[in-house]
Design a protein around this ligand. Structure first.
Ligand code: IPE
Ligand code: IPE
Ligand code: MG
Length: 257
């Protein structure tokens, strides 16, 4: 399809969805289904991971058009090291290629890249690439794009506990906000919406502290096929949710003043 058609279609979608506020400020996505996408076509799983990585730009552009300020993408979990060595090596290679290919464009767009997860388990050259990309984009004012790579919610919580102990914080001072400030997501608001592609209905160790009150949306669409139409559907579903945070309905609150 011609590029301007895509852009025109996106603009129309944005204006129609914008009428049904509220839009989420932070969307977090579990990008699942690359392997099945490839297997369905009789292709090796790594081809699916490549197709999934190629889809990232389109999804970032679309959420940027909706002015979603924070986008978090779950790319590799602490449990994904259990996969065959060949697949893990391929995923590390694909991440390196993606940084080489996409960082400049993200920088041009004014996006700020962040990494959520452990960096020290990655190969040294990849660590350098990640650090360079973070450094290049760190002062950008636009969308904040968090890439969760070698990320696990439990590991994140344990690391926070260890650092709190090392800093000698007295137990009575450990509030929820102090604890949150020790997570990888310090100064990122909690996700309003978590989307999982590939049909499973589970978090798989993703942002387990931060998603306590997030809205959850699962679609059977496999990640490489997840595009503008599916994003619009997810945002429409989100706009119809009633978020209560343990309180009562918003009208009730308004009535009670
Ligand atoms: C998601 O796709 C990407 C990673 C977990 C790295 P999968 O590789 O899990 O794809 P399926 O679930 O096997 O289809
Ligand atoms: C979750 O997908 C992790 C990522 C998308 C990076 P998995 O495919 O690893 O999750 P499970 O194993 O089905 O729970
Ligand atoms: Mg999977």
């Amino acid at each position: 399809m011609q590029r301007w058609w895509v852009v025109a279609g996106l603009r129309a979608a944005v204006s129609s969805v914008k009428k049904i506020f509220p839009l989420p400020k932070h969307v977090a996505i579990i990008m699942d289904g690359n392997g099945r996408w490839a297997e369905k076509r009789g292709l090796p799983r790594l081809i699916g991971h490549r197709a999934g990585t190629d889809n990232v730009r389109r999804v970032v552009e679309c959420f940027d058009a909706y002015q979603v300020k924070y986008l978090t993408l779950y790319a590799f979990s602490t449990e994904n090291w259990r996969r065959p060595g060949e697949e893990v090596d391929g995923l590390l290679r694909i991440l390196a290629e993606m940084i080489d290919r996409e960082t400049r464009e993200l920088h041009r767009r004014g996006a700020k890249l962040r990494h959520l997860g452990r960096i020290d388990g990655l190969p040294p050259l990849l660590q350098d690439k990640v650090q360079e990309a973070l450094e290049m984009t760190k002062n950008n004012p636009g969308m904040v794009l968090n890439i969760a790579f070698d990320y696990g919610g439990r590991a994140e919580i344990l690391e926070a506990v260890r650092r709190i102990i090392q800093d000698g914080i007295p137990s009575e001072e450990i509030t929820e906000s102090v604890f949150s400030s020790y997570l990888y997501t310090a100064d990122v608001p909690e996700p309003d919406l978590v989307i999982r592609t590939g049909g499973e209905i589970r978090l798989s160790n993703f942002l387990i502290w931060q998603t306590a009150y997030s809205e959850f949306y699962s679609t059977s669409t496999l990640w490489p096929d997840f595009g503008e139409k599916e994003i619009e559907e997810a945002l429409v579903a989100y706009s119809q949710r009633e978020r209560r945070f343990g309180g009562l309905k918003a009208e009730g609150e308004a009535r009670e003043g």
